[in-house]
Design a protein around this ligand. Structure first.
Ligand SMILES: CCOC(=O)Cn1cc(-c2ncnc(N)c2C#N)cn1
Length: 298
């Protein structure tokens, strides 16, 4: 079993932002280094084992989608070619190759731009409690994982503590970023989702929901962060779709089943995973990459 890269060690460079599975380093005034590790989180906990190549696979998926969407929205990527990285990173290219990109520093909007075409996760919880999601009333009688009449923009406030983001209303987005930006973020989010979900559907995948992060560079709204990866999206195998309950996660179902099989107490330290679960999960990430991009190799 290959070894998973759980964190990068870049000498004197220390991360300016560390997410559950990704780290951001400040290179200079204009540029950031965006690194995807092989860490995997489940039930909001980073697990004791990594998935070899996960970071590389998800980085290549984001790059595929940035290119797929380039006629719809500009993005923050400067280069993902390690040969073009600043020479100060030369000693670390073995850790960075294929799993990192140099991006333009943007003024990020403090809004997680979530879009949902199916009722799942926090959307399902909010619907059960109020009959609405982010203030958007939905038809009565919907079941968990039901397809919605149309995709809805269901933003969330960024909670930096790494906990659950809090669903907010469109009015809250207007308060946070102004009416023009709020409308632009909603329009872009829905437009990008429409194109991406059609592509996913053509590849046998349901894109149930996803989260985008936008910023501005020189006053223009750009798409940033990771894009349409299994970490930022719910992908379901279309041929197994069965509304009325939770759907199998395309990539994390083996992990979830294992954690449930050992009755993991979520207050306890996150367990490591058996080699078999790691290997099968790695295969699922590779399968998602092959299906979405149509490419066989990374
Ligand atoms: C460690 C994980 O970081 C995040 O999840 C979200 N995040 C994005 C930025 C950012 N900040 C300026 N410019 C950018 N281009 C980006 C991007 N992407 C900061 N945190």
């Amino acid at each position: 079993m290959q070894t998973a890269l759980l964190e990068t060690r870049l000498g004197s460079l220390s991360p300016t932002a560390r997410g559950k599975v990704r780290d951001i380093y400040s290179l200079n005034e204009e540029e950031l280094l965006f690194v995807a590790t092989d860490r995997i989180s489940a039930f909001d906990h980073v697990l004791g084992s990594g998935i070899p190549d996960k970071g590389r696979i998800l980085t290549q998926l984001s790059l595929f989608w940035f290119d797929f969407l380039k006629d719809t929205v500009r993005n923050h990527v400067l280069t993902a070619d390690a040969a073009k990285f600043p020479s100060t990173l030369n000693p670390y290219l073995d850790q960075l190759e294929g799993r990192s990109m140099v991006v333009r520093r943007a003024q990020m909007f403090p809004v997680e731009c979530v879009v949902r075409a199916y009722l799942s996760g926090s959307g399902w919880k909010d619907y059960q409690a109020t009959g609405a999601v982010c203030g958007i009333a939905l038809p009565a009688g919907l079941r968990e994982s039901d397809r919605l009449p149309e995709p809805i923009f269901t933003p969330a406030a960024k909670i930096n503590t790494g906990g659950h983001d809090e669903n907010i209303s469109f009015e809250d987005v207007i308060t946070a970023v102004g009416a023009d930006n709020a409308r632009a973020l909603r329009r872009l989010t829905l437009e990008i989702f429409e194109k991406a979900s059609k592509h996913a559907e053509s590849r046998g995948l349901i894109l149930a929901d996803t989260k985008f992060e936008f910023g501005t560079i020189d006053g223009e709204i750009i798409l940033a962060d990771e894009v349409l990866t299994p970490d930022s999206s719910r992908y379901w195998p279309a041929d197994a779709y069965s509304p009325g309950g939770p759907q199998p996660s395309f990539d994390k179902q083996y992990v979830r089943d294992y954690l449930e099989s050992i009755r993991w107490n979520k207050q306890a330290p996150a367990p490591s995973l058996p080699d078999e679960v790691v290997a099968r999960t790695r295969e699922k990430y590779l399968e998602a990459f092959r299906l979405i991009t149509g490419r066989t190799g990374l």
